[in-house]
Design a protein around this ligand. Structure first.
Ligand code: AMP
Length: 568
């Protein structure tokens, strides 16, 4: 079975194509969004999703989120002695989503369409593919998130060719894309963004806003920094969500039994967030400028990502575009639903018109060159773009370069991807060189042709017209050469981790929640929670599903009561 997956920075979701429509698949807790979070304890006990996120407050050093940001880098994370790559962590989320599909449909998915941000470079795309493979899923296609959103919003069914803008503000990233649909072809005309801007930044602002207002904050001040931050950020997120539907909300953290509270009004929050809201403008302007599209010709402004539910963001958009944005599809679900539509298209689902999707090169591709200044000094390592970002692919472009030294015998070129003038700040993809006949500087010319296709392969041809010599290089990412064996090895490693079986997910999440509550209190209440926890653990040991269900409900009710009594 082929499924559609939104592998997000904050949350992930999976959807299937069923009875002529996309359908989201709930996780073991009955929720459609699974936090992209992993937590591992000593001994290899592993939590993925909601329960992992709950452990963030109690075990921040063993828990990781936002690993999508590290995709395509060599970064690793060590959790309780186990070292994992961003692909491994993503694979764990993917596997948990595949488990959910299996539980929902009775069939194990074997293949997936996975969405990636439009700006993801080749390395990041390949890392995503590998994550799928480690999770045991054949990645049939990676599609851009805005394209998936366009499919979900049904914008691809319209006959007109007017471009629309996809505004995607998630938990930690912000992406703007201009998408156009023409004769059955969807094209991302331009994309821009800020991969350090999202809901989390609004939480940060809120924390800064309330910190001086929290009476008795001394208890907070003596807490270990990472614990304090996790606690404050969780409370901030709750408050921010509450502010999406009320004029004011209480920010509350419980420290040593004592609730510390501050009241935040929408007005104060919006004032504090003004700087962040301003930062939303730049990528919009950049994307429009890159594809030479006037804001007036946009037919729609489509909202994607949970953080677009903040009224402060919607107001800013209405002002920016002079009209109301389109939120007819749940902004958190749009990308997964679109991925499922693409899955339906690939498996020849009924009722789907043929749609082809074209891509743009997400980054500029070029070579390093050198120039001589007026004093004759050489400056090397300067980037010379050949294929500019946001050029529709497939594309083939040629540029000419000349020798710089007398009697130079070889021209060597580094191949780079990025936007910086200094190649040091770009990503090096490879090198190519060609022998040239020794002549005075500037007399020998080479032609460098870049051909970039939809599968993401970059082909570089260097021709020396003076000798007729041609050199060719196909850039395949180093990482990509890692053999199937390597993927198999990663898969084996992950199998050793004791991921809680899916049918225990509710119990695992309840334990994590109770432990978090336990840490939040002291004295009697803490003792009380401790006893309830022991009782629940006792029930789990009995292994009788009915006893466990009753005990879980009892513990849940108790925790609900504590939540209800908190002044939030
Ligand atoms: P995503 O990465 O698209 O799953 O978006 C997650 C972000 O959306 C997080 O920062 C959430 O706090 C935020 N979010 C979800 N629901 C709401 C809401 N009702 N109001 C404000 N922010 C929300």
């Amino acid at each position: 079975m082929l499924v559609g997956i939104d592998l997000g920075t904050t949350n992930s979701a999976v959807a299937i194509w069923r009875d002529g429509a996309p359908q989201l698949v709930p996780n073991a807790l009955g929720k459609e969004l699974t936090p992209s979070a992993v937590s591992i304890a000593k001994g290899g006990q592993t939590w993925v999703g909601e329960a992992a996120l709950d452990r963030m407050a109690t075990h921040p050093a063993d828990t990781v989120t936002s690993f999508k940001r590290m995709m395509g880098t060599a970064a690793t994370v060590t959790l309780a002695g186990t070292t994992l790559t961003p692909e491994d962590l993503s694979a764990m989320v993917l596997r948990s989503l595949a488990d959910d599909v299996e539980a929902f449909t009775g069939e194990r998915p074997t293949a997936a369409v996975i969405t990636v941000p439009a700006y993801f470079n080749e390395r990041q795309r390949r890392a995503t593919r590998r994550a799928g493979e480690i999770a045991g899923l054949e990645v049939k296609r990676l599609i851009n998130e805005p394209t998936a959103a366009a499919l979900a919003f049904g914008l691809t069914d319209r006959g007109d060719r007017e471009p629309f803008l996809v505004f995607d503000l998630g938990g930690g990233t912000f992406d703007v894309s201009i998408v156009e649909m023409f004769e059955g072809i969807v094209e991302v005309r331009a994309s821009a963004g800020d991969n350090r801007l999202g809901g989390d930044d609004f939480d940060d602002i809120l924390v800064k806003l309330v910190e001086p207002m929290l009476a008795g904050g001394d208890a907070l001040a003596v807490m270990p920094t990472d614990r304090r931050r996790a606690l404050m950020m969780l409370a901030a997120e709750r408050t921010r969500r509450a502010l999406s539907s009320a004029e004011a909300a209480d920010f509350t953290v419980v420290v040593d039994d004592t609730p510390l509270t501050a009241r935040v009004t929408t007005e104060a929050f919006e004032e504090a967030a003004a700087g962040l809201v301003k930062r939303l403008r730049d990528p919009v302007i950049r994307a429009l400028r890159d594809c030479h599209i006037d804001v007036k010709t946009l037919s729609d402004i489509v909202l994607v990502g949970g953080a677009t539910r903040m009224p402060v963001v919607r107001k800013a958009l209405t002002r920016m575009f002079g009209r109301f944005p389109n939120a007819t599809v749940h902004p958190d679900h749009a990308v997964a639903l679109g991925a499922a539509i693409q899955a339906g298209l690939l498996s020849g689902g009924d009722g789907l018109e043929e749609i082809r999707i074209t891509d743009v090169a997400p980054f500029t591709l070029g070579v390093d060159t050198a120039t001589r200044d007026q004093h004759g000094r050489m400056h090397d390592g300067i980037f010379a773009p050949i294929i500019e970002r946001n050029t529709p692919v497939p594309v083939s472009r040629m540029e000419r370069f000349y020798t710089l030294a007398d009697n130079q015998r070889e021209i060597g070129l580094g191949i780079y991807q990025g936007e910086a003038r200094d190649v040091k700040h770009n990503v090096k993809l490879g090198e190519i060189s060609a022998p040239v006949p020794p002549r005075p500087a500037g007399e020998v010319m080479v032609e460098v042709r870049f051909t970039y296709d939809t599968s993401g392969l970059l082909e570089v041809d260097v021709t020396v017209p003076a000798t007729g010599l041609t050199r060719n290089l196909v850039i395949v990412d180093e990482e990509d050469r890692r053999s199937k064996k390597d993927i198999e090895a990663r898969r084996k490693l992950l199998e050793k981790l004791k991921v809680h079986p899916r049918d225990e997910a509710e119990n695992v999440a309840m334990l994590a929640r109770a432990e978090r509550a336990y840490e939040g209190f002291t004295g009697h209440v803490r003792e009380f929670i401790g006893r309830a926890l022991t009782e629940f653990q006792g029930a789990l040991e009995k292994q009788d599903p009915r006893i466990i269900a009753d005990a879980r409900e009892a513990l849940g009710n108790l925790l609900d009561q504590l939540d209800a009594n908190s002044p939030l």
